[in-house]
Design a binder for this molecule. Sequence first.
Ligand SMILES: Cc1ncc(COP(=O)(O)O)c(C=O)c1O
Length: 391
Amino acid sequence: MDKIYLDHNATTPIAPEVLRVVTSVLHDQMGNPSSAHSMGRTARVLLDEAREQVASLIGASSSEIIFTSGGTEANNLALLGVAFGVGKSGGHIVTSQVEHPSILNPCTQLENLGFVVDRLRVDELGRINLQALENCLTESTLLISLQHSNSETGVLQDVKKIGEIAKKKGVLFHTDAVQSVGKIPVRVQDIPADMLSISAHKLNGAKGTGALYLKKGSPDLFSPLCGGSQEKKRRGGTENVAGIAGFGKACELAQKNITSRECSRLASLRDHFYQLVSSLISGVEIFGDLENRLPNTLNLGFEEVDGDTLLISLDMEGVAVSTGSACSSGSGLPSPVLTAMNVPSEKINSSIRFSFGWSNTTAEIEKAAKILAQTVSLNRAGKSCVKTSKR
Ligand SMILES: Cc1ncc(COP(=O)(O)O)c(C=O)c1O
């Protein structure tokens, strides 16, 4: 059975060009970039090239890129790095209720150590209230960490305005851009952020690599992963040279391919899918802001259907989707993101995230919509729901 992959916010397929780079480095370049001999120097050159490619994608300079093991570590480095590098117990951090667990969990750890954390609410569309952000800043605020886009709904926050507020108040601003980089153009010139997190596997790179952008002139971060002097002592440990070289290639490809034309094509694919689904199935609801969102993400609720059962039924039919975030699904808890958006629990339990990717075709999504209609119909325990004519 040909699989239809509609779960690109969980992870993306590795691009063939990236795979070639990763395998050739693993096969031919065994050097440690910290070694002084020629094999080490060759590995160092690979890291330097990748650093340029990653920086170039976001309009940064290569000296502003710290390689990490992924988005989680980049987020941890930003939060713990600022809390212990700049602040002290009692310092204040502002985040939101809809952040990824790699932001929320370190915040809880910091709270246990005496830091004060405010988790801003969002409105029913999933957007942060900028006035509430401004109102909660105090003399002790060390850091604002608010996401660029949400993994479950695709809702984009107004990071430009958030950065301006942070600047005005002299507070550091970190944004988790893991879901945005590689799907839409993200340039640090347009966002007054001091730090920004990226993950390779969300943009057709390999898993286990990512980066934190740290703006030139920012204060020194505490390094939660201390060891050798790699990454200018900001992240100890021998670098994942093959993964990082592939990450660089993935960024080079993204820079070439993510044009406004391609973003519109992806958004058209998503909208075509939604139109088909809503013409074939009754009781479908979209969650999240329709104006400000990623072009690839669609979070839908299906009346009288259990989302987890639907996910499994779709999987059996060869369609891969998600409920909640990949990290919180399986926890048995309703999605904290939709809960924060005030979505009633029965609707949350019926929700499915469809996240499209560059390689999805019109034929695939039309097939997926038909399979979905049949599956929802079966899951509604005999109640007829597949409509025969368009709305
Ligand atoms: C918004 C967001 N931040 C961070 C992460 C974690 O990234 P990684 O899987 O590279 O650790 C994810 C992963 O799903 C994410 O969606």
